[in-house]
Design a protein around this ligand. Structure first.
Ligand code: XUL
Length: 586
């Protein structure tokens, strides 16, 4: 039997483990759903929430128990643990875990006769919960991060992102503010991904470099922690009123020792699997644990995603991920260092209003026509019929939106093809018009906002194309003139052919659109990362990740979408989007 590779995915609602073979084929999948399989933690969708403060957090103990249970289930299936050559994986991004001074000793001396959870928790932690990426309680902290460092744009320039509630730096600052004692008693702080890696190597692991970009603390270009941001994080910045330089540098050094050095991008292993798992489950002592990364970062490793290609995840929210070689940061999106390609970055745009907003239109349509609310047939029929762009667009935000940063609202506009005029339509129009309009508007927003991350190939500007101003930032016509080479669709709504077809027409990639059925892409990405790293170690050289994946990738796993390319037809839509967004209530 060939080597096997593990890809873990510690996400909000479950711990998933996917096992792949040498030819990248799937060997098996295991999962523990927190609410259902570990009901004694009484989580709701994997978390606890405090509505009055906006706090959302998860019990760390539950994650350890999930690892116990998943491995025990595999042992029951007589899983061939001795064949596992490498393990990697990912965690929900930004969440942090607070380890006590006892953690390393506890992790190093685990007794295989006992469960992990009883030995590790609570003694190895100073805080029993981990702030979750859905948390909204750090309003004060994010405003300090941005204003002290010279604005959102400057923070994005240094760290790849403006300040966000969920980012680890602002979350740590809140803990320093509210629980100074807990903070000082904390020996190490890891992210969720490095927490899971720590359990497997039997010592507290440093954080992987791509994942460190989700903290608002790491200087991407200088490839080091940014001291000024560390001082903001520890409430010792000059603008916090701390004049004494020695207090500041002491605080910066204290935080540096807690967060540790980052694990630079590469194929090196964090270490072999801890003896606990060798003795308890029969893992091979040579099984290597490779750095764990963030879930979005692992997702791009599941497909042979090249520069200028988009991965559009159509989940509850819409997320656009792409690989770019140019570091052009903006407060409109996120940039992370690429987890396996040293000179590349991952761009990410997150929208709140994805599936939910489309479902709202679908339900109104069905109500009008006496159809059942969850039925997509009429919505899809109208979408398929809408052959040409008719100039109607809207912003459909049943929830407050991240990009553009705006309150919950719906506004619509019409484009006059004869005069070029754009008119904001005050009253709702027929819901039938909303069907193409919502999908086209969502796609145009992705297209406009992702365009600065594309490389400039075509310098002949299309007529009628000019600069846009979105989110108080200029997007140059030269960027808007570019289109992606390929687009891959994943996530729940990617199963809806009509929606994918329409988005494909608007995005208009040069080499076509593909759909992947794989609902486990971040776990797959983790397994591929382990496999690639192990291969590099074996050959003792850096193998190009993209070539590695392209060579082995089974293109039968993705479906080619047969959509028309209407990129050019939608050029006027960019101006309509611009006008609409200027009219939004912020
Ligand atoms: C990304 C983010 C979410 C989590 C989900 O910035 O916060 O996508 O990673 O697990």
């Amino acid at each position: 039997m060939s080597n096997l590779y593990f890809g873990f995915d510690l996400s909000t609602q479950q711990l998933k483990l996917l096992v792949t073979r040498e030819d990248l084929s799937l060997h098996s999948t295991y999962k523990i759903e927190f609410d259902k399989d570990l009901p004694h933690y009484k989580t709701n969708k994997g978390v606890y929430s405090n509505e009055s403060t906006g706090e959302i957090y998860a019990p760390v103990k539950m994650w350890i128990e999930a690892l116990d249970v998943i491995l025990a289930n595999m042992a029951q299936d007589q899983f061939p643990f001795d064949k596992v050559a490498g393990i990697s994986g990912s965690g929900q991004q930004h969440g942090s875990v607070y380890w006590s001074g006892d953690a390393d000793v506890i992790l190093e001396s685990l007794n295989p006769q006992e469960k992990l959870v009883d030995q590790i928790s609570p003694k190895a932690f100073t805080l029993e919960t981990s702030p979750n990426w859905q948390d909204h309680s750090t309003g004060e902290e994010i405003s300090k991060f941005e204003s002290f460092i010279g604005g959102a744009e400057n923070l994005a320039k240094i760290t790849g992102s403006r300040a966000h509630y969920r980012f680890t730096g602002p979350q740590i600052r809140k803990i320093v503010k509210e629980h100074d004692d807990i903070y000082h008693n904390t020996k190490r702080i890891t992210l969720v991904s490095s927490f899971l890696a720590s359990l497997l190597i039997g010592k507290v692991s440093n954080t992987e470099e791509a994942e460190a970009c989700g903290m608002n603390l790491y200087d991407i270009e200088k490839k080091q922690w940014n001291d000024e941001l560390l001082s903001i994080c520890t409430i010792t910045h000059e603008k916090d009123g701390i004049k004494d330089e020695s207090i500041r540098s002491k605080a910066i050094n204290e935080l540096k020792s807690k967060i540790g050095d980052v694990v630079k991008i590469g194929y090196n292993s964090l270490g072999s699997i801890s003896p606990y798992y060798i003795k308890k489950y029969g893992f091979n002592p040579n099984c290597q644990i490779f750095p764990f990364t963030g879930d979005n970062l692992a997702t791009i490793l599941a497909l042979p995603l090249n520069q200028d290609e988009f991965l559009v995840s159509l989940g509850t929210s819409t997320t656009v991920l792409l690989v770019t070689k140019s570091y052009i940061p903006s407060s409109n999106y996120h940039l992370f260092i690429h987890p396996t390609i040293p000179d590349a970055y991952m761009g990410m745009i997150c929208y709140c209003n994805g599936a939910l907003a489309r479902e709202k239109v679908r339900d109104e349509l069905n109500k009008k026509h006496g159809k059942e609310s969850g039925d997509w047939s009429l919505f899809n029929e109208l979408l398929d019929k809408s052959q040409n762009f008719n100039g109607d667009l809207g912003c459909y935000f049943p929830l407050g939106e991240i990009v553009p940063n705006a309150k919950a609202q719906t506004i619509r506009a019409k484009y006059d093809f004869k005069t070029g005029n754009i008119e904001i339509v005050d009253k709702p129009w027929d819901v039938e018009l909303d069907v193409p309009s919502i999908v086209e508007s969502q796609a145009l927003s992705c297209r406009a906002r992702a365009s600065p991350m594309l490389s400039v190939k075509d310098d002949e500007l299309k007529p009628g194309l000019h600069d846009l101003e979105l989110d108080e930032k200029i997007i140059k016509a030269e960027s808007l003139n570019q289109r992606p080479t390929k687009v891959f669709y994943v996530g729940g709504a990617s199963a809806n052919k009509s929606i994918v077809n329409k988005i494909s027409e608007v995005l208009g990639p040069i080499e076509g659109n593909y759909r992947s059925d794989n609902a486990n892409s971040c776990a797959v990405g983790g397994a591929y990362k382990a496999h690639w790293s192990n291969e590099c170690l074996k050959q003792d050289k850096f193998i190009n990740f993209h070539e590695f994946l392209t060579e082995k990738f089974n293109w039968n796993d993705v479906e080619k979408i047969d959509a028309k390319n209407k990129w050019e037809e939608y050029l006027p839509g960019l101006s309509v989007l611009n006008k609409l967004e200027q009219d939004l209530v912020k």
